[in-house]
Every structure is written in structure tokens, then in C-alpha cells.
Design a protein around this ligand. Structure first.
Ligand code: ZN
Length: 153
């Protein structure tokens, strides 16, 4: 990774993140530094984005813990996990980035993480896989698995 210049920011994907405190919608591009804050009230934003094979690397490159959700629309357990991840992104705002990848449309990312069964959740820290959860876990169990990887440094 080169330090001197990131990719042209205008070419980066934009996600709309809604502030929990004031409700403002913020348009946020991926960043490998820090975590996004609301342009209106300054609160930490829940960081949940959708990535494709093309945008995965830039979205997964973050200073906070990254939870990759490999899912598909036809998968029942994925629909169970999805709202849990939304809640976690709010509760761990500023410490967690959730990156959702629809494996039907993005087979490269699916095979990269060998996600033959979904949902597969992969926890990344500094680009390294630090945990891997296959199948739908209830929120308390998922929180316990995730928390050690979200400590501030
Ligand atoms: Zn706000």
C-alpha cells in the first residue's frame, strides 16, 4: 500500500449513512483512516455499506474493525442476520464498518473468502482475517465474538 496518495477520491464509491443522533443523511466515501462523522452534529455515523467485487478492496480497507457480510437475497438466515448487523453498526459506530457483499452478483469475493455456505461473516482487522462466523448467530453471541476485535487502539 502506498502512503503518498490514495485513489482519486472522485472515483470512490459513495454510501449514504444516516446519523443516529440528528437524522441527517451523510454521503461518505471509503477511507482507510478514522471513521466517518456526521457533517451536521459531529456524531459517529453507523458505517454500513454495500460492496461489489470491484469496490471490495477499497471498502474493506479501514482503520476500524471490518465485518464482511457475505449474503444473498434468497437466503433466509441472511435475512435474519441483516437487521442484527444494522443494529451493531449503530451500537459500535466509530469502531466498526459493516461491508455487505451480495455473493450472487460478486462471485470473486465469495470465492476469495471460500463462502460456500451463507451467511458467512468475516471479521477483518488491518486487512487480516481475525474471525469467521458461518451461519446466523443471535445478536448477543455475535456481539461477544465481535467485541474483542473492535477495541480502540
Ligand atoms: Zn448528526
Amino acid at each position: 500500500m502506498t502512503a503518498e496518495r490514495g485513489p482519486d477520491s472522485s472515483s470512490l464509491p459513495v454510501s449514504t449513512l444516516t446519523c443516529v443522533s440528528c437524522g441527517k443523511k451523510n454521503r461518505i466515501r471509503p477511507s482507510a483512516h478514522g471513521a466517518p462523522h456526521c457533517g451536521s452534529c459531529g456524531g459517529a455515523l453507523p458505517w454500513l455499506v454495500e460492496a461489489s467485487d470491484a469496490t471490495f478492496d477499497v471498502e474493506a480497507s479501514a482503520a476500524v474493525g471490518v465485518l464482511v457480510d457475505l449474503w444473498a437475497p434468497w437466503c433466509g438466515p441472511c435475512r435474519f442476520v441483516s437487521p442484527v448487523l444494522e443494529q451493531l453498526s449503530r451500537e459500535f459506530a466509530g469502531r466498526l464498518k459493516v461491508v455487505k457483499v451480495n455473493v450472487d452478483d460478486n462471485p470473486k469475493t465469495q470465492s476469495r473468502f471460500q463462502a460456500s455456505s451463507i451467511p458467512t461473516l468475516v471479521v477483518l482487522r488491518d486487512g487480516r482475517v481475525v474471525d469467521r462466523i458461518v451461519g446466523a448467530l443471535p445478536k448477543p453471541d455475535l456481539t461477544v465474538r465481535l467485541t474483542p476485535h473492535l477495541l480502540r487502539r
